[in-house]
Write a protein that binds this ligand. Sequence first.
Ligand code: NAD
Length: 353
Amino acid sequence: MNDFSFDAHIPRVVFGAGALSQLPAEVDRLGARRALVLSTPEQADSARRVAELLGERCAGIFPRAVMHVPIEAAREAREEARRLGADCAVAIGGGSTTGLGKAIALDSGLPIIAIPTTYAGSEMTPIYGLTEGGVKKTGRDPRVLPKTVIYDPELSLTLPLGLSITSGINAIAHAAEGLYAHDGNPIVALMAEEGIRALAAALLRLHAAPKDLSARGDALYGAWLCGAVLGHVAMGLHHKLCHTLGGSFNLPHAEVHTVVLPHALAYNAAAAPVAMSRIARALGSDDAPAALYDLARRLGAPTSLREIGMPADGLDRAAELAVTTPYPNPRPLQRDALRALLQRAFDGTPPSP
Ligand code: NAD
């Protein structure tokens, strides 16, 4: 057993099919009276449903969350919260909507109730992101961690199957890197292994039956665990590569994670054998990178950067960017080895060290 320190910060969780109905009581529990409801334009109907449920506790709706939290949207939402005298924010949606709630909390300290409808896991983390002039900056601040999270699997029934799968593998990536994090600990490792197991099994069931409420519940349970891992420990090569690829080449977030994960794990495999055996065990295999590559193929998910819009002539630049800012990773960052990794990810060939 290695030495460790662990400062747990997990929001209150209300979990279950139909749990959304407990929202008014959860607003009262925070001592709040005027909630600003946030959503993307695509989920404005869900926001209206939440507003109806809240009745006089609803101060207004801001249905204009977009991917990667542009500073302009954050300013507009902050201003709306002030104008309406909101004393809490209710974010219903995926990481983009939770991210907008975090941007408001960062500025005002307003408590957030998050109602996640994807598996991205942002609701469990004190990590925020803001995009200004095309550059996304991320940071950690305890003020942005939601106070309460309502996990209601009924709300993820409408998440399209393709997005369910890539969002689920995005969550698995948090747990996989959490298992070799330099600041990891045994509790986080338990959550990570169980999160991978629960999500991988649930995704296979969802692939066969996307409206299976029990599988939706298991996937959300896995997403909760994986998000909690992301909230507690530092991420390595995989997340840095995805941030670079997503930010510099405007690739879709969850898909990039899905394609890159087996390759990033193969790069780190020899330097992190214990983590690899735990990931493999969670997937019922003896080879973690190969098992994740196979999982993506079985689920019909994208397996190449080419098919999700990466330009071939961007691979050199991506490799350069990946080594410019150093960060903790089990295996040292080597430009040529990373360039080879990116080529395999681009072509969609099976992962190799
Ligand atoms: P998203 O929030 O951008 O959602 C994608 C689309 O799916 C949106 O149009 C959304 O309205 C729609 N959608 C969501 N749930 C739905 C449902 N149940 N039914 C129908 N449509 C639904 O996608 P995401 O992958 O959840 O979030 C990605 C963003 O979150 C990225 O910007 C990423 O950087 C960020 N993120 C942040 C953290 C963190 O800790 N700060 C963690 C993970 C992801």
